[in-house]
Design a protein around this ligand. Sequence first.
Ligand code: ATP
Ligand code: MG
Length: 397
Amino acid sequence: MKENELFHAFLVKYAEIGIKGKNRYIFENALCSQIKRALNPLDGVYHVEREQGRIFVEAEGDYDYLETVEALGTVFGVAGICPVMVFEEHDWDTLTEKTAQYVDEVYPDKHFTFKVMAKRADKHYPMTSPEICAKMGEYLLDCFPDMKVDVHHPQAVIHVELRSKCYVYSKIIPGPGGMPVGTAGRGMLLLSGGIDSPVAGYMISKRGVFIDAVYFHAPPYTSERAKEKVVDLARLISRYTGPIRLHVVNFTDIQLAIYEKCPHDQLTIIMRRYMMRIAEELAVKNDCLGLITGESIGQVASQTMQSMLATNAVCHMPVYRPLVGMDKQEIVEISQKIGTYETSILPYEDCCTIFVAKHPVTKPSLELIENSEKNLVVVIEELYRKAMDSIEVIEVK
Ligand code: ATP
Ligand code: MG
């Protein structure tokens, strides 16, 4: 089957739950603009149109079918993608001939049950919808005697729609679901080079959230290549999330100060508290409504509930942890599905792993941690300001 010759349009289906009234308008607008964004890098010319509670993407002339389906599959809010055959002629002979051609190409094996669903926006058409269904069903049975009608539980529903043009479709390719990016607020993702945080960004974005990201870099302890890896990860998730502003914070001096002045078994927790403080200040500056991390309860010493309590204590805005209840294997599977895994496992050093203690505390007391941080009082203000003032912003898309 030559898909790009048979199909000229895509009907985009979305779940309508909870999007009535004004919300529906916001939802559909965001969905259309995200669809346009996803198709923009492709070579084809596309028209995206809203029509009676559905979205049609029509390709003008030559286009790449697989690339188009793949791009539509990166748009949150898309529940399903139906490739559609489109033609101008409304007369019965063309309609039956084209529908039979559609069935013949899409279903090489004709041993299946079906029914026809017809819709007619043009009420002057000389047949009613039930008549079209019945007659088209008969016609298809004549052409393909192995097919059987089942009106209750058909294996295929052949949709025939008469509007300004004619549309025939039946297959649904599942989309990613979720809400279109832009329907929620903006969040600040703490993005490291690991497996978890890119997945966390993907998952929050799936709820309609725009994403900014922050990466804590510790040169020369972490290399330029480690930073490039994070930029690459941001680029990979930006296929789903849209453009990401990546804020790169030089964290070296803060880490060295912590290393010098605080008990080594508390290094990770204190370091993470400074990451959160900086991330929150950046979040406020960039109109973000929450922080996002890739933490999951119990995964490592710094992610026990006690550690998270100590880390979280410096935050004022909500910290979203979409992976909190997941096993590593589940997270790995998502990262493979979204295409970040191979990059995440490249062996470049991370600032957390360089300044890590042999035996970190797993149940830190908040009081103890706060006490240790007092050792930093003389130096930290200046180092913190210096870090904030030297942030590099990379626009990733
Ligand atoms: P990941 O796979 O996301 O790196 P991890 O299992 O390695 O997670 P940690 O290193 O403890 O876990 O980090 C927990 C979370 O803190 C990360 O998911 C990420 O959100 C954030 N984080 C850790 N290191 C950095 C960093 N260098 N820059 C930005 N965020 C970071
Ligand atoms: Mg990590």
